[in-house]
Write a protein that binds this ligand. Sequence first.
Ligand SMILES: [Mn+2]
Length: 447
Amino acid sequence: MNQTFTTHRRALMRRLPDGLILLAGGRELIRNYDVNYVFRQNSDFLWLTGVEEPGCALLLDPRKNSTTLFMPRIDDHHRVWEGHVPSPAEAKKLYGVQRVGFVDELSKELKAARRGHRRAYADPAAIKNWGNDLKGLRPASDVLVDAIEDLRTLKDEGELAFMRRANAVSGAAHVAVMKGARAGMREYEVQAIFDSACVGAGLKHLAYPSIVAAGDNGAVLHYRKNDAPLKAGQLLLIDAGAECRGYAADITRTFPVSKTFTRRQADVYDVVLGVQKALMAAAKPGVNSADWQVLSMRLIAEGLRDLGLLRGTTDSLVETGAVRLFYPHGIGHLLGLDVHDGLGGKRRKLPNPTKVPVRFVAKLEAGMAITVEPGIYFIDALLNSKSLAEKHRAAVDFAKARSWLGFGGIRIEDDVVVRRSGPPLNLTSVPKERRAIEELRRSAAHG
Ligand SMILES: [Mn+2]
C-alpha cells in the first residue's frame, strides 16, 4: 500500500467537505471482438486510488472521513480467462481503503450513504452511471474535476518517487538508443530499442507514442510515422518517455546518425542547449510561465541572429513572431499523470502579462513538475509560406533559411521539479553535452 493515495483522498475531502464524492474509474474499450484496447486508468481516479484495474468506482464521505472502493464482481468464467483478481479483503489492504464493495451494489449502497447529505460531487462518468441515485443532491462535476486538477498540480514525495523511476528507466532507454542507432536502420528499429528497454525494465506503458524522427522528419513536431531510414550525416530526434504507475517521463534528445555533429548541426545544437540550460536555471517559484516563454523566445532569436538567419532587435523578433518560424511551440508544460498536466482552481485564471500569445500561463511554484524543451526547426510549411515571407521579409533571411531545409530540427527536453529556492531539481540524467553524446555515438556500432 502506498500512503500517497490516502493523502490525496484526504486532501480532496478537505477541499470538498460538504458533500458525498463519487468517481468512476475507467472502463475497458473493445478494440474488436474479444480484444480490448490496452487499458489505462483515468488519471484522476489513479491519483486518488492508485488502482490500475478497470471497472471500479470510488465513494468518499468527507463527514465520516471514509473511503469505499467498488470493484467489479469477478466470476469463475473471468478467472478462467484472466487468472487471479484481488479479493475484497486483498484489495482493502493493497489500496489502503476502509471498505471494498462490488460495483453492482453501488446503487443500493448509495441509498444509505446519501442519508444526511445535501449535495454530491461526481465526475461525468459517475453522473452518467449513478446520476439517478444522486437525484436531489445536485451532483456537480465541474467543481470536482477542477478541485482534483488543482490538487494534482503540486507533486508530493510519493509522486516524485514514481516520476523519478519513470525518468530513470526512460533515460536508460535514451542512452540505449544513442548506443544502438546507426545508419541504415529504420526509425521504427530505433523505436524498438527505446520501447523494449522501457518494457524490459518493467514499465509496460509508454506515456505517449515515441517520436523517432530522422533528418527532415525532425521538423515535424508530432511526427509519428517512424518508418524512414536513418542516413549518415542526418540528425536523429527522439522524443519518448515511459510512465510509472501512471506518472509520465517526457524526454527529447537529438544526436547525429554519424559519430559526430557537422559544423552546422553543432552550431544550432549549442544554441538550443544554451537556451535549455538558461531556462532551466530560470524556472524558479514566482516566475510567470509566460515571461519564461518569452525569455526562451528572446534567447532563441538571439541565437538565430548570430547564425545569420534573423536580423533586427530581439524585441521585434519576439513581438512580430518572426522567431516562431523556427520555434513554433512552448518552452514547457506541466507534467504528471498526464504528459500534459492541466491547471485547476485559481491558477487557471492568471492573465498573460506579456504581449505574446502563450498557452501555458501559470506562476511557477515549488512542487510543480514541468518540462524544459526549447527547439529550433527548419519547417517547409513555414519557410515556404508566401504570407509569412511577406510579413517577415525584413526579419528573416529566407534564402538562407530555405537553404537549410532538410536539416530537420533540434529539441532538448528534460523534466524538472521547481524547488523552493535555487534551480529546479532535474529528474532527467540523459547526456546532452555535445562531447558526451559524441562519445556515446563513437561507442555505437556504425554499419
Ligand atoms: Mn514535452
